[in-house]
Structure formats: structure tokens, C-alpha cells
Design a protein around this ligand. Sequence first.
Ligand SMILES: [Zn+2]
Length: 68
Amino acid sequence: MATPSRCILCSGTSFELVERTPKNAIFKMFFIQCEKCGGVVGVTEYFHVGTLLLNLGKKLGFDLTKAA
Ligand SMILES: [Zn+2]
């Protein structure tokens, strides 16, 4: 069993995805933050580029999950 991920601020082990627009940013982002204290442990793009590419590939007739 994998060791549970922990917040470095409060040792919390539960995390949530929260939509944010940082100051001076022109894109919305998703912060992955500790559910207990709000400490940010990661940031990910609002528009998941991987999913956009897979969908674009499908529309063009390609299954990019099988591309190597
Ligand atoms: Zn925390």
C-alpha cells in the first residue's frame, strides 16, 4: 500500500481541487490544496490540454491513445 500524501504545512491527508485565477493571470487554474488548511500542493491547467488533444484527434479520425 502506498504511503498517503501529506500536506507539508499541517500533515493533512485530504486534498481538493479549487478553481483560482491568480493575480496577473489571464487563465483560470486549478489549485490542488489541502482540504484542512488550504496549503497549495500543486497547480494544474483549467483546460486539460491532454483531454483537448485526445478529443481533437478523435474529430480528425485518430486515436491518440494508441500513438507511440
Ligand atoms: Zn494542510
